[in-house]
Design a protein around this ligand. Structure first.
Ligand SMILES: Cc1cc2nc3c(=O)[nH]c(=O)nc-3n(C[C@H](O)[C@H](O)[C@H](O)COP(=O)(O)O)c2cc1C
Length: 209
């Protein structure tokens, strides 16, 4: 199936194309505003949700905000004869994971590809800029496995990866800790700046058709 574009999607073909992966944390609702901010800035936004994310925010909400079909399932995974997780990974200026759960961070670290979101990120071209904004309970953030995952992901990907530190605030669980998502407008700006920064550092990189 082709991407569904709504009449409201007036983005030009030259607009930055952003893949936004939404995972199953309480801050998933904030990703809706990230989509709005990116659209306001002229970007096209393709949303992929994990199954758990759909417990927090529906794909329909993202479809309405992005003007495109939001994808969840890896299988059967064929749309108009193209394999979804490969097609979704192509032609991107930048990919972002907002919010990124502790679980999904561990999957990124391990290189797992057992759902559409993780398989699509594994299929990204190596030069595609990636921004990851973790959000979780403060103890999960401080957990040695999370610390290792962040450290080793940063070392693996270098400048291509922008890890956004969560902010200290009263979290949804009622505890105060470093686990909150920064504001959506700031995240949208970071995504576009990261795309421009990595592109600028690698002049001549061809954007796949
Ligand atoms: C109400 C609720 C809120 C949650 N919020 C978070 C969160 O903010 N961050 C996080 O890492 N996990 C959170 N979790 C746990 C994740 O939903 C769980 O680890 C899930 O397997 C993540 O799946 P995903 O990474 O595939 O999206 C929450 C769970 C519940 C029930």
């Amino acid at each position: 199936m082709k991407s569904r574009k709504s009449p409201a999607d007036t983005s030009s073909p030259a607009a930055p194309h952003v893949l936004l992966v939404v995972t199953g944390g309480i801050a998933a609702y904030k990703s809706c505003d990230v989509v709005r901010e990116l659209r306001r800035a002229g970007a096209t936004v393709q949303v992929v949700l994990t199954r758990e994310a759909t417990q927090f925010v529906t794909p329909l909400t993202f479809e309405a905000l992005s003007g495109r079909r939001a994808f969840v399932e890896l299988l059967p995974g064929l749309t108009d004869g193209a394999i979804d997780h490969i097609r979704l990974a192509r032609g991107l200026d930048v990919a972002a994971v907002i919010p990124c759960t502790a679980n999904f961070l561990a999957k990124l670290w391990a290189g797992l590809a057992d759902d559409l979101a993780s398989a699509t990120l594994m299929a990204l071209a190596q030069a595609t800029p990636l921004l990851v904004a973790p959000a979780m309970n403060g103890e999960m953030w401080d957990h040695p496995a999370t610390r290792r995952n962040l450290r080793e992901l940063a070392a693996l990907h270098g400048a291509r990866l922008r890890l956004v530190d969560p902010v200290v605030k009263e979290l949804a669980c009622g505890e105060v800790g470093q686990g909150g998502l920064p504001e959506p407008a700031l995240l949208a700006r970071m995504i576009l700046d990261h795309a421009a920064g990595v592109r600028g550092a690698a002049p001549g990189r061809a954007r796949p058709a």
